[in-house]
Design a protein around this ligand. Structure first.
Ligand SMILES: [Zn+2]
Length: 268
């Protein structure tokens, strides 16, 4: 397939209006269709493919998102750098609603999600010690700070299975380990990106304190949605600035994640 985009964004449906000259592309992959049609367009001089993570009508809960199809579809369109904005809960009292975290580590607490492309014809072991792209992280942090956003550079994202929120005990345990934020979609997205030698950067917006960090009844779905809606415009502006500041040529190691590994099939 002809290259259609070099940067991918997987996020909420608030990002549609980011793209100029937008065109919708219906794609299928060996892993089924992605969450929805992929919208390809421009932000400034950069070509961008956008996938609404939960589908346009929000039909996929976190544990049912077609993660493999989404990343595969992006790669097939030519994408090599992926930005992943999402909403998270905070595990630290000092990161309140509105804080932005660009994590540099991840803890997988999901269960039962397919987390590899390489599940037949021999094992493929890719390095995942540093799950995020250092170049993408640096660009996102500086774009956020330039826009005046209180931004945390680094920290650990715990990804839980969902769709339920954490219990107080779980949340206190996460916080006690020094982990920073908790979400439901950051994994296996990050490892699947790495398995396709893509750069992947999480841009995490804190919408609430997780159950164990704040007194009271804990978080409700309505609170998260209301808060996120208020911040959609701000996130959109940040993603746009980050896209335009990403390097045109990759110097990071993400692109060589599969060097020297014999793959059971060719990547798109
Ligand atoms: Zn990279």
């Amino acid at each position: 397939m002809v290259t259609r985009a070099d940067i991918g964004v997987i996020g909420g449906s608030g990002f549609y209006s980011l793209l100029d000259d937008a065109e919708e592309i219906e794609l299928n992959t060996p892993y089924g269709p992605p969450s929805d049609v992929v919208t390809v367009g421009r932000i400034g001089s950069r070509s961008v493919a956008f996938i609404p993570r939960h589908g346009r009508d929000h039909r996929f809960p976190p544990h049912r998102i077609p993660y493999r199809a989404n990343l595969w579809a992006l790669r097939a369109l030519g994408v090599r750098q992926v930005l992943a904005p999402s909403a998270v809960g905070s595990l630290k009292a000092e990161y309140g609603p509105g804080a932005l975290v660009i994590p540099d580590q991840l803890v997988d607490r999901t269960s039962g999600r397919v987390q590899t492309y390489y599940d037949t014809d021999g094992a493929v072991h890719v390095s995942f010690s540093d799950p995020y792209c250092p170049a993408g992280r640096a660009v996102a942090v500086s774009a956020a700070r330039e826009s005046g956003w209180q931004t945390v550079d680094g920290g650990t994202l715990v990804v839980i299975e969902g769709p339920r929120f954490s219990t107080r005990a779980e949340s206190q345990w996460f916080a006690g380990n020094g982990w920073s934020i908790v979400g439901m979609t950051g994994f296996p997205e990050a490892i699947l990106a790495r398995e396709l030698a893509l750069c992947y950067t999480s841009i995490s917006l804190v919408t609430d304190h997780d159950a164990g960090v704040e007194a009271g009844q804990g978080v409700t779905h309505d609170e998260v949605l209301a808060f996120f809606a208020q911040n959609v415009v701000r996130m959109r502006t940040l993603v746009s600035a980050t896209v335009q500041a990403l390097p045109e040529q990759r110097d990071c190691l993400c692109g060589s994640a599969l060097d020297g590994i014999k793959l059971p099939f060719e990547l798109p």
